[in-house]
Design a protein around this ligand. Structure first.
Ligand SMILES: [Zn+2]
Length: 294
């Protein structure tokens, strides 16, 4: 374990412990974890590199911890999260050179890494009926040889480990990530000129990206229920786009965006529960504290 830690630090991954695969929580094995106190780590998004001595102490305390790393700017890495075979079609569609870079298997899918210096977007790449999530700034991901809650281990793909090949820095595709944090913020601003958005329909090539952004706005926290969002999104699709996309494709976009929003919400709920346990306060007070930290 400590040799993996050393190797990851040498390779430039900014890493942290994650809870053990058998941890009693909503996402066992996957949440940044503080082995000294036996609880999830707070404020992990901005941690620096921990020393090897620190890691040795943690491993001595709890040898079942997993290893996670900060995606995006801290590690200068973008991580593609591919859960299904269909994700491969998305990679092909965007011409992503995924065969020539680092890859590892998770409990149920594949992670593909790219060098991306500086700020790295988080969001979705969507093509046809499928999406691939890009983990960048503000996100973390689990590294081999961590253990997945289903009992399997994360492992580097033979021929695509840091020992076997280089890390590709071909990230031209990153410009086409939809539902990106920054752009969602733009669309979420109260003073968004919606009239102008409606008057300037996207080019057919940018339809999916635009629909992902609009769906992200409709489903954002404080937004509407999925059924209602589907109604308004299909209205936007059929009335505002010169060449609307098909109904199935539209549903797929909504599902992907809803999944991403749900993950964001789950993180919030998990943190609120952690605060309740840690400070012995009720839900409302913990929620206020959590919002204050954002
Ligand atoms: Zn946990």
């Amino acid at each position: 374990m400590i040799s993996y830690v050393q190797r990851y630090i040498d390779l430039g991954f900014v890493i942290h412990p994650c809870c053990p695969a058998e941890h009693y929580c909503q996402s066992p094995g996957k949440i940044p974890y503080d082995p000294y106190h036996g609880r999830h780590m707070s404020g992990w998004q901005t941690h620096g590199q921990f020393s090897l001595e620190q890691w040795q102490e943690w491993i001595d305390l709890d040898s079942s911890i997993n290893i996670g790393f900060l995606c995006g700017a801290p590690s200068d890495l973008l991580c593609l999260d591919i859960d299904e075979d269909e994700g491969m079609k998305v990679l092909e569609k965007f011409d992503i050179p995924w065969r020539d870079t680092w890859q590892y298997r998770t409990g149920r899918g594949l992670r593909v890494l790219f060098r991306h210096r500086g700020s790295g977007p988080t969001g979705l790449l969507t093509a046809d009926n499928h999406s691939v999530e890009v983990l960048g700034d503000g996100r973390q991901s689990i590294l081999p040889p961590s253990v997945h809650p289903n009992g399997s281990s994360y492992e580097w793909v033979m021929g695509n480990s840091p020992k076997d090949c280089g890390l590709s820095s071909e990230t031209g595709w990153a410009d086409r990530i939809g539902g990106q944090n920054g752009e969602l913020d733009d669309l979420s601003l109260e003073d968004t000129d919606w009239r102008a958005v409606l008057d300037r329909p996207p080019a057919p090539g940018a339809r999916n990206e635009t629909l992902v952004k609009v769906a992200g706005h409709l489903l954002a926290p404080g937004g509407m229920a999925p059924k209602e969002a589907e109604f308004w999104l299909s209205l936007y699709n059929s009335h505002c786009l010169p060449e609307p996309i098909g109904g199935r494709e539209l549903s797929a976009i909504l599902r992907s965006v809803a999944k991403m929003e749900q993950r964001t919400r789950d993180t919030g709920e998990r943190e609120i529960r952690r605060i309740m346990a840690e400070y012995g306060v009720k839900w409302d007070d913990a929620k206020t504290m959590w919002e204050g930290m954002q």
